[in-house]
Design a protein around this ligand. Structure first.
Ligand SMILES: *Cc1c(COP(=O)(O)O)cnc(C)c1O
Length: 231
């Protein structure tokens, strides 16, 4: 599997898109979304210098951790996190990108407190108000930020968003712009410019996300190949 070549190509594309907005590819973290790819594929991506790997499912993450899939590379949790699985993720990953409810923030804080650590998180924004998707509605984001600031074992480093899968490229760009505006507002108003990650963009749209100001993209199939859902 040409994982290293794929990563190199994506880095070039990220760099080109970043330069359009006066940045460089070095300003953008590339996270490999490694769901449904085995430990060997994860290690290959790590050896090729991916900035982090992101997993969606707790069970799969725990299994692959035991197989040393993520040795030497930061691990992120990027999927929907059920409250009863919080304790399996807190302290195991360097970043939870999908903190999308106040209850979850409180649970993360509690689990982190019991481990005597501070868990870095991103607040997930449900930018299109999709009922089936988790994440904070844009208008609830300031309150979520205030809550997070009051929790001593949670540290917010930014925002994460996933526009609707069926949105057109033009619609997706508008969603990216909206998330970017929320990010800038939050950074300025509540977090005194301590936010560093605006995580948006996947295989089909990471260049547009970078043009819109993403500082972190999550790319799966363009790195690892198409996922096979029949297994
Ligand atoms: C799978 C996944 C991605 C990557 O999707 P691709 O289209 O394969 O690049 C990004 N973010 C999240 C949260 C994902 O679950």
């Amino acid at each position: 599997m040409p994982i290293a070549e794929n990563i190199a190509r994506i880095r070039e594309q990220i760099d080109a898109a970043a330069r359009e907005s006066g940045r460089s590819g070095r300003d953008i973290a590339l996270v490999g979304a490694s769901k449904m790819n085995d430990a060997a594929a994860c290690r290959e991506a790590a050896a090729a210098g991916i900035d982090a790997l992101g997993e969606n499912r707790v069970q799969e993450m725990v299994k692959k951790q035991a197989e040393h899939a993520y040795d030497g590379v930061p691990l992120h949790f990027i999927g929907h996190l059920q409250r009863n699985k919080v304790h399996k993720v807190v302290g195991q990953v360097s970043l939870i990108q999908s903190a999308g409810s106040e209850a979850l923030l409180r649970d993360i804080d509690k689990a982190a407190e019991s481990l005597n650590l501070v868990q870095d998180v991103l607040l997930e924004v449900n930018i299109a108000g999709e009922t089936a998707k988790s994440g904070f509605a844009p208008e609830l984001l300031p309150a979520a930020g205030e809550l997070a600031l009051s929790l001593p074992h949670v540290r917010v480093l930014g925002l994460m968003a996933i526009p609707p899968a069926d949105a057109s490229p033009a619609e997706t760009r508008r969603y990216f712009d909206k998330v970017r505006t929320l990010y800038v507002d939050m950074a300025g108003n509540l977090f005194h410019n301590s936010l560093i990650y605006l995580s948006m963009g996947m295989s089909g749209d990471f260049e547009d996300a970078v043009r819109a100001g993403a500082t972190m993209v999550r790319v799966g199939s363009s790195i690892f190949g198409a996922r096979h859902y029949d297994t």
